[in-house]
Design a protein around this ligand. Structure first.
Ligand SMILES: NC(=O)c1ccc[n+]([C@@H]2O[C@H](COP(=O)([O-])OP(=O)(O)OC[C@H]3O[C@@H](n4cnc5c(N)ncnc54)[C@H](O)[C@@H]3O)[C@@H](O)[C@H]2O)c1
Length: 311
């Protein structure tokens, strides 16, 4: 199977790794040349991590995956490669208007047979499906972060997605060693419909000075069996993506719980993007030993504090 992947950020790199290490050819592009240039190497490191974690007994596992990975600095060359692919997967910013604009430009250039997948974490597939002009062959495949470590993928058909596309998608994901499951086309689908309000509530409690980062995470780790706490998860998702997802979900639902807490907006403004940027809810100077930050300066207890935080 051949995959064209648009967007090589956090999730794009995860998907590149998943496709290439399961023997599929990947062709990818990102309009940020710096991010694109690091994608193949990041994916190679990811593959090596997977080989170690799952004790894969194949000395060529990493090099074979690397050979399956192709990056394109030139968008035209990427589109030419995408024409020969079975699946076009978009993994760009969580912004419905942006996704629709980009898809309306790119998808009409591809042959009819190419199936369109979106890795959106919350958005309605229908406008994207219509913008791309192939609604029967469009579907959401919401992979979890990090893709090669978390098997689950939400498969979300739109109003006009054909039964063949659903079955093709399910089978292809199984073939990629993923664990697909059907989820409803509502803002946030199944997983984020439950998870995002909880993550935002945690940040609001932090903002009110009711909980500290370390206690909050240890609590969830030791009491609910979470693999990491909610604040560390924020740092892996990245604060800009959390902000985009939360705004999109708020606009789609009008639910005040989805509205981004001020602290999240402030952190994005201050470049505190999470693990990759060195600072988020944790200090990541030593990525092996992240240290919970004291974020008391962000606590909003009074109108005066609020004024200090005006952006
Ligand atoms: N971060 C997570 O934990 C997570 C989990 C599940 C799903 N998602 C979803 O995956 C998608 C991508 O999220 P991410 O975390 O990888 O974000 P990211 O910011 O790490 O990566 C997005 C990439 O898209 C690129 N991009 C933006 N516009 C583009 C365009 N017009 N053409 C080409 N490239 C473009 C950017 O340069 C960037 O590298 C979003 O829809 C997000 O909601 C994210």
């Amino acid at each position: 199977m051949k995959f064209a992947i648009l967007g090589t950020g956090v999730m794009g790199r995860g998907w590149i790794t998943q496709c290439s290490m399961t023997g599929h050819e990947v062709h990818c592009y990102d309009d940020n040349s710096k991010i694109l240039s690091g994608a193949a190497e990041a994916s190679e490191k990811f593959t090596a991590k997977v080989a170690k974690k799952f004790k894969i007994d194949d000395p060529d596992f990493v090099s074979k995956a690397r050979k399956n990975t192709n990056t394109y600095e030139d968008k035209g060359a990427f589109i030419e490669a995408a024409k020969r692919c079975d699946v076009f997967l978009e993994v760009i910013f969580e912004d419905l208007e942006l996704k629709c604009t980009v898809l309306s430009e790119l998808l009409p250039q591809l042959p009819e047979k190419v199936v369109f997948w979106s890795n959106t974490s919350s958005l309605d597939i229908n406008p994207m499906a219509e913008a791309g002009g192939r609604p029967d062959r469009s579907i959401t495949t919401h992979g979890m972060n990090p893709v090669p470590m978390m098997p689950g993928v939400e498969v979300v058909p739109g109003a006009r997605t054909s039964a063949e596309t659903v079955e093709f998608t399910r089978q292809t994901l199984l073939d990629m060693k993923k664990a697909p499951f059907l989820a409803p086309n509502i803002p946030g689908f199944w997983v984020n419909r439950l998870l995002i309000p909880q993550m935002l509530d945690a940040v609001r409690l932090l903002e009110q000075g009711k909980i500290r980062v370390e206690d909050g995470d240890i609590g969830l780790l030791t009491s609910l069996g979470h693999p990491q706490g909610t604040f560390k998860l924020h740092d892996f998702v990245t604060t800009p993506t959390m902000l985009r997802v939360s705004l999109e979900m708020y606009h789609a639902t009008n639910d005040p719980r989805m509205y981004p807490p001020l602290i999240l907006i402030r952190m994005v403004k201050n470049g505190e993007f999470g693990a990759g940027s060195g600072k988020g809810f944790y200090d990541w100077c030593d990525p092996h030993k992240p240290k919970a930050r004291n974020l008391s300066r962000y606590v909003i207890g009074s109108a005066e504090d609020m004024a200090d935080h005006v952006i």
